[in-house]
Structures are given as C-alpha cells and as structure tokens.
Design a protein around this ligand. Structure first.
Ligand SMILES: [Zn+2]
Length: 397
C-alpha cells in the first residue's frame, strides 16, 4: 500500500482501478505461483514436466481457452492455448516455459515461502510467476470485459508454454516460430531485469561449440617423443579462439570447460574444449561461425574436430520492438511507474520470434533476483502492477 500511494496511478483513473483490482488479488496470485512451484519440473524429467503441463492446461481451460498439447518424445510436452477473439485482429502470443533448472527434490531445501516481501522457490522467478501472471491477467480481462463480451475475448490470444527452454528449445522452436509468424506481437513473460523490473528489448544470440583435439598417446618417460600432446595443441587453440572476442561488436567467446589427458605420465591423446559464443547482431553470426570452423592446426600431427553452431539468433532492438516498448512504457506511466528497458547477454525464446521480425517484448514477468540459484526469489509487492501491465498490453498491441 505504501509503495502504491507513493508512486501510484492518478486517483480515480482506470489505471488506479486496475491496480486496486490486482492488489486485492495479490494473495491469490501468490498462491497460484506456489501451486506451480510445488510441482517441480526439471527440463530433463519428462514425467515431471508433463505433470505440470497438465495442471497448467487445466487452469487455462477453466478460463475458456482451447488447449492443445504438442507431444514431444524426449522432452516434456508443449502447451498451446487459444482464446478466440471477437475481432479480426491477429492474435497476441504470450510466450514462456515451464521447465526449470532444478532437479526433483529441490523443494525440500528451497520451499515456496514468503519471507517479508520475498517469495522463494525453485523456478519462482524463472518463470513460474510469469505463468501465474498470464493466468491472472487473462482472468482479469475476462472480468473487466464481461459486459461487452459477445462470446469472445477483446482480441484473439495464444499462449505457448514450452518444456525445453532451459536446455536450448530444440524441440519447441518450430512451434514457437509457427505461432509467432501468425501473431501481431509476442509478449515474453520471462523474468524482468534488475530490481526496477526493466523489460528486455535486446538479447544476445548464443552459440555453442565443441572443439576436440586428437593427438597420440605415449609413455611420458620412455617414449616421450613418440607422443603427440593433444592438450598442448588445445591450449594453443584456446588462445586463438579467445582472441575472436570483439567487445565493440558485443561479440564474446568464452572457453568455459576444458578436459583432456588421463595421467601425468602419459602424453595425452585427447583434449576438448566447450565454447560459448554471444553475438549482439545477426550480421556477425556467419563470420564468427566461419572463424570457429576454420581453426587451423598448430601441430599438424594432431587432428581437430569442431562441432556446434549459433543456436539462438540475437534479439535486436528493431523498430517493432521499440514501438512495443513505447506502448508498455505508456501503460506503465498511467499506472504511475517509469518502466525501464535493458539489453542483456542471455537468450530466451524471444530471440527466435524477434529475429523473425515479429515485434517482441521480453522480461515482462516478475521482478526478483537469483534465477537458477539457491536465493532465487520474486518481490511480492511488484506482482499487482506487473499483472496490470500485462493485461493492458494484451489489449493494446
Ligand atoms: Zn526462463
């Protein structure tokens, strides 16, 4: 209440009524979030993710959505829900994921619990609160528009929740792209940026490479000269690979994991490096990919094999993205709040939709900190205005 009266919407305005509406329902939103957090859903456990998908599907169908389950064999199923609009407008796509990075059993040490303004739990920020915000924003729209409902939503709405975002979205990407293609705009309910809750208008693209070097094993004492040291070759390659970083272009190359060798007294025959590449501009993708693929041997007695590639294109701040942000900022202003924007290094499924040229706004979900870490939490007091912003955007775009 104090935060609202300090920076709230104009008294008597529609925006203020909406904020009050969500303030009254704040505890309900929190309990929806805990319900979702308490069904653990690690990306690599299909049975667990499917269980959450079913629970979420039921909630969306209670709102009148038409549920469609996209079966996935090696991952959890992906959930699409359509709400028919009473206008011919293109649908708005609400995008998110229900998998988390936390193994089953994490709840035991990290329960969904409110401590002061913080709500903790595995995946509470990334992004089960985002799913709860979708549900409550949609329920509110239904409530607000019931007088002029005429059998349809104020506009067509499609929800897509995928099961494999935390592990690269290979399985869901075609579905995301097919639905985005038909959409007027994509609203991504991933966590917001920073404790001011900025939305994300640019994200770097992400690539992953595996560099494998093969040499020849030998006894380090008896046959030193017969050996070909794969680790030494890889070390030289790592220097080369690291030099591809170009900070001015927002291009970074990080050798994050290395392995190789078996014993100190053996000249190592194998060594490998796993490399993370980030690009800010799609036009840099081909160049860095070519550089990675054309690494040349320092020691020709070795063999080198490079696999991988750029798997998420960058989300660039196009005119469409900027216009969507301007709409969001205007809604936030009415709610009495200055909504910031941020460019971040991490990727999401918004990268796919934005790079197709579909106006995309990311980071619309909860405000908090510690995604993927034991202190992951959201700020409960921020939930009402987030919900009001999302509901407003669904109507406006
Ligand atoms: Zn996420």
């Amino acid at each position: 209440m104090s935060s609202l009266s300090r920076r709230g919407a104009k008294p008597g305005s529609e925006a203020q009524r909406r904020l009050a509406y969500f303030n009254e329902r704040r505890d309900e939103i929190v309990s929806t979030i805990c319900e979702l957090v308490e069904i653990e859903s690690p990306s690599d456990n299909k049975a667990a993710v499917d269980r959450l998908a079913d629970a979420v599907a039921q909630k969306f169908s209670q709102l009148g959505g038409k549920v469609r389950i996209h079966q996935a064999k090696d991952f959890g199923n992906h959930l699409q829900v359509d709400f028919a609009g009473n206008s011919a407008a293109k649908p708005v796509l609400l995008l998110g994921h229900y998998d988390t990075v936390y193994p089953l059993g994490t709840l035991a040490t990290m329960p969904c619990r409110a401590v002061g303004d913080k709500l903790t739990g595995p995946g509470v920020l990334d992004m089960k609160s985002g799913i709860a915000l979708m549900l409550h924003a949609l329920a509110a729209l239904q409530d607000w528009h019931k007088e002029d409902w005429h059998g349809g939503w104020p506009r067509p709405i499609t929800v897509l929740l995928v099961s494999d975002e935390e592990v690269g979205s290979d399985s869901s990407r075609p579905i995301t792209e097919a639905l985005a293609k038909k959409a007027a705009a994509v609203l991504v309910l991933e966590p917001s940026y920073g404790l001011q809750g900025a939305v994300k208008t640019a994200r770097k693209g992400v690539g992953e490479y595996l560099v494998k070097v093969t040499g020849k094993a030998s006894h380090a004492g008896l046959d030193f000269q017969k050996g070909v040291n794969a680790i030494l070759e890889l070390a030289r390659q790592i220097e080369k690979i690291s030099s591809f970083t170009d900070l001015k272009k927002g291009l970074t190359v990080n050798v994050g994991i290395v392995s190789g060798g078996s014993r100190t007294n053996v000249v190592p025959a194998d060594a490998a490096a796993q490399v993370d590449v980030r690009i800010a501009r799609i036009k840099d993708a081909a160049g860095i990919d070519k550089k990675m693929r054309s690494l040349r041997l320092f020691n020709r007695k070795c063999k080198i094999e490079i696999t991988g590639g750029i798997n998420r294109p960058p989300m660039e701040r196009t005119a469409g993205v900027a216009a969507l942000y301007a709409q969001a900022a205007a809604i936030a202003r009415d709610l009495g709040w200055k909504l910031g924007e941020a460019a971040v290094g991490g990727g999401s499924d918004g990268n796919f939709t934005a790079s197709m040229g579909i106006p995309t706004l990311d980071g619309l979900g909860a405000v908090g900190d510690g995604a993927h870490a034991p202190h992951e939490h959201i700020l409960i007091s921020e939930l009402p205005r987030r919900a009001a912003l999302i509901a407003g955007l669904i109507e406006a775009v």
